[in-house]
Design a protein around this ligand. Structure first.
Ligand code: MRU
Length: 350
């Protein structure tokens, strides 16, 4: 797979996903602002990938602070970290990554060069960990996939949304690698077509059969018996299991319930936010109206019309059959299973 992001000496290289599948080009980021630009314009997107991009961007931010006094450096660095945290609101992995770097900075020795070196190493560890976590998630999730199955997914929760392998598509990959006959239906995912452009591209490269369907087709496809299960990713899972993901995921989950089809979410523990009790408290990003009013670069909506461009929706926990994590497949009641899995992994429980 083409890497989503990587270090090239002291430069952060980010695959420009806006250009896919037509072109494979990278954006060279030499400062934090450039990384934020990539996050906000969706050159890099997907919750886990955004988190690691943020960690790398903070290394660039740290290097740009030209003071030697560690206390002053830490003050300026904290201010920059808050700018990074605000780059996109819904994916909790962004704040999770910022907090992880800030925690490291707080306990690091009082020497700026040492702190910078430790941050760089930490960002590399986070990248490698993300791939390992996705593979573990894939193994657990593959057990839920029948020997022959058509899986519908929404947006792109694949290699491109992570540092490699993917969450929802990681489960698909693991099932495929285990010899199961899997087919994928990729919701096209209006308005930015992450399904049609990115999920379909990944699956074609992997040799996994894939069909792109309009977002509104899921009910009809399920009605015709063409779907066995749904697997999507998530940008933030609240403590009670309510899950924010790309707009349209809630509709898919409702259709799945109507048709008696399992609806799974695959998300790493870093996407589970125990500090947010329920989905109504998850901040939902609203993006530029132009994304909806135009199709690619051409205006497609009637002149004079406005747009509603909520980038994410929240699927209530009662529609989620299980949450696939690196710690195993978590079942309702989620308040208990999510807290237990995070505690076991040594992560913060509130
Ligand atoms: O706006 P995007 O493309 O960043 O939205 C991404 C999604 O909704 C993904 O499904 C989610 O981040 C999970 S990625 C493993």
């Amino acid at each position: 797979m083409v890497p989503t992001l990587y270090w090239d000496n002291d430069v952060v290289m980010i695959l420009d996903q806006r250009k896919l599948p037509a072109k494979t080009t990278f954006i060279a980021c030499r400062d934090m602002q450039r990384v934020i630009y990539c996050i906000q314009t969706l050159a890099v997107r997907g919750a886990p990938a955004i988190g690691v991009a943020a960690a790398m961007g903070l290394v660039l931010a740290g290097r740009s602070i030209r003071v030697k006094d560690p206390a002053k450096w830490r003050d300026r660095f904290s201010a920059k970290a808050e700018i990074m945290r605000a780059a996109r609101p819904t994916a909790v992995n962004l704040g999770w990554a910022v907090d992880r770097i800030l925690a490291l900075v707080a306990v690091a020795p009082d020497e700026v060069e040492t702190i910078l070196a430790m941050m760089r190493t930490e960002s590399e560890i986070m990248l490698a960990e993300d791939i390992a976590v996705n593979k573990a998630m894939g193994k657990h999730g593959a057990r839920l996939v029948p020997k022959k199955a058509t899986i519908i997914t929404h947006c792109n929760a694949g290699s491109l949304a992570t540092c490699g392998y993917g969450t929802a598509l990681g489960v698909v990959r693991a099932a495929h690698e285990a010899g199961k006959k899997v087919k994928v239906i990729a919701d096209e995912t209006r308005p930015l077509l992450q399904g049609a452009r990115l999920t379909a591209w990944e699956m074609v490269q992997e040799g996994i059969p894939v069909a792109v369907a309009p977002d509104g087709a899921s009910g009809a496809l399920m009605d015709k018996g063409l779907v066995d299960l749904c697997i999507t990713g998530a940008d933030r899972v609240a403590a009670n299991g309510d899950a924010a993901n790309k707009i349209g995921t809630f509709n898919l989950a409702l259709q799945a319930r109507r048709h008696g089809i399992p609806f799974y979410i695959a998300a790493p523990l870093s996407t589970i936010d125990l500090d947010t009790p329920s989905g109504d408290l998850i901040p939902i990003e609203e993006r530029d109206a132009e994304e909806v009013l135009k199709f690619a670069t051409c205006r497609s909506a009637a002149a004079g019309s406005e747009a509603l461009n909520l980038a994410f929706d929240v699927t209530p926990n009662d529609l989620v059959s299980a949450i696939i994590t690196e710690a195993g497949v978590l079942k309702p009641p989620y308040n208990r299973s999510l807290a237990r899995a995070k505690a076991k992994a040594g992560l913060k429980v509130t």
